[in-house]
Design a protein around this ligand. Structure first.
Ligand code: M6R
Length: 608
C-alpha cells in the first residue's frame, strides 16, 4: 500500500527520501509528502498526485535542507487523495511528524476523545489521530510516548516518527504492516521495502510486530512495546539492485513478462533432482504428506487464480480434495478443518492483510500452513509453518506476471510431491511431468517471440467496451487471470466465465463484434468448448482462441487462433497465460494507460 522512507545521517535527507520513495511508488501513488527537520523546525511539503509533483515542488529535495526526515507515498484509505490528507501529519504545535502505512481501526473513538480534550483535526485521515495522541502522551521521552500510543491503537501500522525536540533520532514502529530499517556509514534508514534503500545499504533489519526502533546517525536500537531493549541480527541483502530497474523496457510489466522463463527456472531448478521433487522447506516426510486428507488454498487476486489452477492439478494428480478460497471470505467463514488439513496460502508480497489473517485463522484451528511467497522475510513467510519461496525476484509492476508464473510452478511441484507420496502416480508419470516442467521456460520464450502478432491483434481492441474470457476446468482458471490482467491495467470491462455457464445469463451481453477469448488447452474438453464458441458466434461474437497446436478443429471454429506448444495438460496454464498477459499489456499501452501503476490499485494490499 503506502510507501515509507526515513533517513537520519550526515547527508541531506530530502533527496535520499525522494529517491527511495520513487522506488516504492508502485506501492501507492495518490499523493506524497516529506517532513524534514532543518535544525530548528520540522518543515513539511505535501502534494496530491504522483511523486513527480513533490519532486518539482521541492526541486528534487534541494529546497528542504536538513539531515533527518521522513517521507511517504499514499494509497488513500481514509479520506480522498488531497494535499491535506497526504502524509506526514503533524501535531498542532508542529513538533511531531508521523507517516503511516496501514489502518488505525479505532481512530473514531480516539478522535472523539482527543477532540473532547481540545485537539483539532485538519484532515480526514486515521493517521492524524496518531500525531495528536503522541502529542498527548509526550512528556519529553519519545519512546515512552510511542509505547503508550501503541497500547491505545488497534489496527495495522508501520510508522516513521520525528520529534523536533530530539534532533538526533527518528523512530520506526511496526504492527502487521511491513517495515525494515537499515544502516550504512552515512546514516540509518527506514523503508517499507528493501528496494527503497538498496542504493545506500545492503544491511537491513526486519522489524517485528510491536517493535519500536530508535534510529540515530550511526546507531539502531530495538525495543519491545514494554520499552525493553531487544537484540536483533542484521540480514545482508544479496540480490541485485538492477533487478528492480526497468533495464531498457518501456514498462516494468513488460520486463517482468520477459523474466518469466527465469522466474520459473529459478523456482524449479533447486527442487527438481533427477526424476524427483525435493522440497526440503516442507519439513514433511512422505508419510506425513500422505496423511493430509484435505487441502485448502487461500489467496487474493491473481494468487487466488493460481489456487484455482492448483485445485485442478492437485486433484487430478494426487486425488486429494482441495478447497480454494478468496482470503477475505475464508477468514470469516468458520472453515471446517482439523489436524489432517493443510492450508496453502499464496502471496507474492507476503504481506496481503487478508491472506495473513487467513494464515493466522488456520493455525489457530490446528491446521499446518504452508506459505508460497515471493518476498523473503515477509510476514507470511515468517508466520507460516513452512515456506516455499518462489524465486521470481522483485516484482514492481502492480499487475503480477512473473510471480504468478513462479507460483504456478511451485504448485505443480507440490502436486507431484503429493501424488508420489499418495502413490496416485508412478515414477514414470512423475518423470514425464518433471520433464515437461523443465521444458516450460523454453516454451515460454517461444511464445514471447509472438509478441508482435499479439500486439497487432490487441491494437484492434483498444476501443473495446467489453471483452469476455471463457474456458473449462483449468482453462477457466486461465480465463480468470487473463481477464483480470486486461481489466486491471486497461480499464476495459471484462469478465471470465466457465464456458458452459455463459448461456445462463451473461450471453445476453454478447453483441455484434464483441471479443470473446476462448481458452482451450484440455484435450478432453476441446469439443465442449467449441460448442460454446458456436453459441457466442451465433450471437455475433468475434472469437480469439488460445489452444494447442494439435487442436485443428479450432482453426475453423474460431476467428483468430494463438497456438501453444505441447505440454502436459496440467501445466497448460503456464503457456496459455503468456499471450493473454501480452494482450492485456498491449491494449493498455494502446490506450495510453499507466501500465505499471493502474488507477486505484496498489502493489501490496496491507489493509483488509
Ligand atoms: O501480494 P499478493 O500476491 O498477496 O497479492 C494478491 C493480489 O493483491 C494481487 O495478485 C493482485 O490481484 C494483482 N494486482 C494482480 O495482478
Amino acid at each position: 500500500m503506502c510507501g515509507i522512507v526515513g533517513y537520519i545521517g550526515s547527508r541531506q535527507a530530502a533527496p535520499i527520501i525522494l529517491d527511495g520513495l520513487a522506488r516504492l511508488e508502485y506501492r501507492g501513488y495518490d499523493s506524497a509528502g516529506m517532513a524534514i527537520f532543518d535544525g530548528e523546525h520540522i518543515r513539511m511539503k505535501k502534494a496530491v498526485g504522483r511523486l513527480k509533483v513533490l519532486e518539482n515542488l521541492t526541486h528534487g529535495g534541494e529546497t528542504m535542507k536538513g539531515c533527518m526526515g521522513i517521507g511517504h507515498t499514499r494509497w488513500a484509505t481514509h479520506g480522498a487523495p488531497s494535499d491535506i490528507n497526504s502524509h506526514p501529519h503533524l501535531n498542532t504545535s508542529e513538533t511531531i511528524a508521523v507517516v503511516h502505512n496501514g489502518i488505525i481501526e479505532n481512530y473514531i473513538p480516539l478522535k472523539k476523545k482527543l477532540t473532547d480534550k481540545g485537539y483539532t483535526f485538519a484532515s480526514e485521515t486515521d493517521t492524524e489521530v496518531l500525531a495528536h495522541l503522541l502529542d498527548y502522551y509526550y512528556k519529553g521521552n519519545p519512546l515512552e510516548a510511542i509505547t503508550k500510543v501503541l497500547h491505545r491503537v488497534e489496527g495495522s501500522y508501520a510508522l516513521g516518527i520525528l520529534f523536533a525536540e530530539h534532533p538526533d533520532e527518528i523512530y520506526a514502529v511496526r504492527k502487521d504492516s511491513p517495515l525494515i530499517v537499515g544502516s550504512s556509514d552515512d546514516g540509518c534508514f527506514i523503508a517499507s521495502d528493501v528496494p527503497a534503500i538498496l542504493k545506500y545499504t545492503r544491511t537491513v533489519y526486519y522489524v517485528d510486530n510491536q517493535e519500536v526502533v530508535k534510529l540515530g546517525k550511526d546507531s539502531l536500537q530495538f525495543f519491545s512495546v514494554d520499552q525493553e531493549e531487544i537484540t536483533k541480527e542484521p540480514v545482508t541483502i544479496d540480490w541485485d539492485a538492477n533487478a528492480a530497474e526497468k533495464a531498457g523496457y518501456e514498462h516494468f510489466m513488460l520486463k517482468e513478462i520477459y523474466e518469466q522463463p527465469k522466474a520459473i527456472n529459478d523456482t524449479i531448478s533447486p527442487r527438481l533432482q533427477g526424476d524427483n521433487v525435493v522440497i526440503d522447506e516442507l519439513h514433511m516426510t512422505d508419510g506425513e504428506l500422505a496423511a493430509v486428507k484435505r487441502l485448502y488454498i487461500v489467496a487474493c487476486g491473481s494468487a487466488y487464480h493460481v489456487g484455482v489452477t492448483g485445485k485442478y492439478v492437485i486433484e487430478t494428480l494426487a486425488r486429494i480434495p482441495v478447497e480454494v478460497d478468496v482470503a477475505s471470505e475464508f477468514r470469516y467463514r468458520d472453515p471446517i478443518m482439523d489436524e489432517n488439513s493443510m492450508v496453502i496460502v499464496i502471496s507474492q508480497s507476503g504481506e496481503t492483510a487478508d491472506t495473513l489473517a487467513a494464515l493466522r485463522e488456520s493455525r489457530s484451528r490446528g491446521a499446518k500452513v504452508l506459505g508460497i511467497v515471493n518476498v523473503v522475510g515477509s510476514s507470511i513467510a515468517r508466520e507460516a509453518d513452512a515456506c516455499l519461496y518462489t524465486w521470481a525476484g522483485p516484482e514492481i509492476a502492480v499487475a503480477t506476471t512473473k510471480a504468478y508464473s513462479a507460483q504456478l510452478a511451485a504448485l505443480y511441484m507440490l502436486a507431484i510431491k503429493l501424488a508420489l507420496a499418495n502413490e496416485t502416480i508412478d515414477s514414470a508419470r512423475a518423470a514425464g511431468l518433471i520433464k515437461d516442467l523443465r521444458t516450460l521456460p523454453d516454451q515460454i520464450e517461444l511464445l514471447l517471440g509472438q509478441k508482435e502478432k499479439i500486439q497487432r491483434f490487441a491494437n484492434r481492441y483498444v476501443g473495446a467496451k467489453d471483452i469476455f474470457f471463457i474456458g473449462r476446468g483449468i482453462d477457466y482458471a486461465i480465463s480468470l487471470e487473463g481477464s483480470l490482467k486486461l481489466k486491471e491495467i486497461s480499464y476495459v470491462h471484462s469478465e471470465a466465465y466457465a464456458a458452459g455457464e455463459l448461456k445462463h445469463g451473461t450471453i445476453s451481453l454478447i453483441e455484434d463484434g464483441t471479443l470473446v477469448v476462448a481458452v482451450s488447452t484440455q484435450p478432453k474438453l476441446y469439443q465442449k468448448t467449441i460448442s460454446n464458441i458456436v453459441e457466442v458466434k451465433a450471437r455475433g461474437a468475434f472469437v480469439m482462441a488460445v489452444t494447442n497446436e494439435e487442436n485443428k478443429a479450432m482453426e475453423k471454429a474460431s476467428d483468430y487462433c494463438v497456438y501453444l506448444p505441447e505440454t502436459d495438460p496440467c501445466f497448460a496454464n503456464s503457456l496459455a497465460i503468456i499471450p493473454l498477459q501480452l494482450f492485456g499489456y498491449y491494449v493498455a499501452v494502446g490506450k495510453g494507460c499507466d501500465v505499471d501503476k493502474p488507477r486505484n490499485l496498489a502493489k501490496s494490499v496491507t489493509v483488509e
